[in-house]
Design a protein around this ligand. Structure first.
Ligand SMILES: [Zn+2]
Length: 113
């Protein structure tokens, strides 16, 4: 499953940070995931427990900050929320747009005990 490799990638980032900070465990992890990042939030939850087992995140509370995707129309400069990458501008119908946000997938913060 795609989300499993994402979860393992997050665990690897946390493991590196734990070494740098010289801690054994984290109390919490904050993730920022855009709605266009290609991640199923439910699937990530589903694989999470297995991914963090025996890792520095085993006791960590996971907080996911969902970032609603937004785009700016190239033709009329209207800013609008998008659900799918191919959505057109609701104001003028143009398909030309710049994605402003929504593709994020990052570890925002890690908290120690
Ligand atoms: Zn437009």
């Amino acid at each position: 499953m795609h989300e499993m490799s994402i979860a393992i990638g997050i665990v690897n980032i946390a493991t590196d940070e734990a070494k740098k900070a010289n801690v054994e465990n984290f109390a919490a992890i904050d993730l920022e995931i855009g709605t266009l990042a290609g991640i199923e939030y439910d699937s990530l939850d589903f694989v999470w427990e297995a991914a963090i087992k025996d890792s520095v995140l085993e006791k960590a509370i996971k907080n996911i900050h969902k970032i609603q995707a937004k785009a700016k129309c190239v033709d009329c400069e209207n800013e609008f929320p998008i659900k799918f990458i191919h959505d057109s501008c609701p104001k003028c119908g143009s398909f030309l747009k710049i994605i402003l946000q929504g593709k994020e997938l990052r570890v925002k913060s890690l908290e120690t005990f």
